[in-house]
Design a protein around this ligand. Sequence first.
Ligand code: ZN
Length: 150
Amino acid sequence: MNELSELYQQVILDHNKQPRNFHKLENANCKAEGYNPLCGDRIVIYLQVENDTVRDVSFEGSGCAISKASASMMTESIKGKTRAQIESMFQNVHQMMTTSPDQEPDLNGLGKLAAFSGVREFPVRVKCATLAWHTLLAALENKHDPVSTE
Ligand code: ZN
């Protein structure tokens, strides 16, 4: 394992152990549930959205280290962002996670989320890492049906 992936591993373990924004948001006006049956990850995302901008975000749920760390880091990255900004962030994240392992992914503008570039070596884990994002987009659209990655 090289130094960079070791550092990324540490970031993911840290967020799994101490997830940020891990609670129910009392004044949420958008909410969605997500489920990844492949791994058993479950998540609820709460949002407080004002003028198309995410003012506050939190999550609850249970799942593997990747799904929890991904949700935790995502909540840190999207506060104050508009829906359009969040959609383009997710496109970048998704592109990074699905770049073939023998190519260099484009990590521009991803910041700490670059920690998830390692999941592209484990295609099954991509669903764990994107569950929070899919659920977030559903919450932004205020969909009431639970999201499944299947
Ligand atoms: Zn998982």
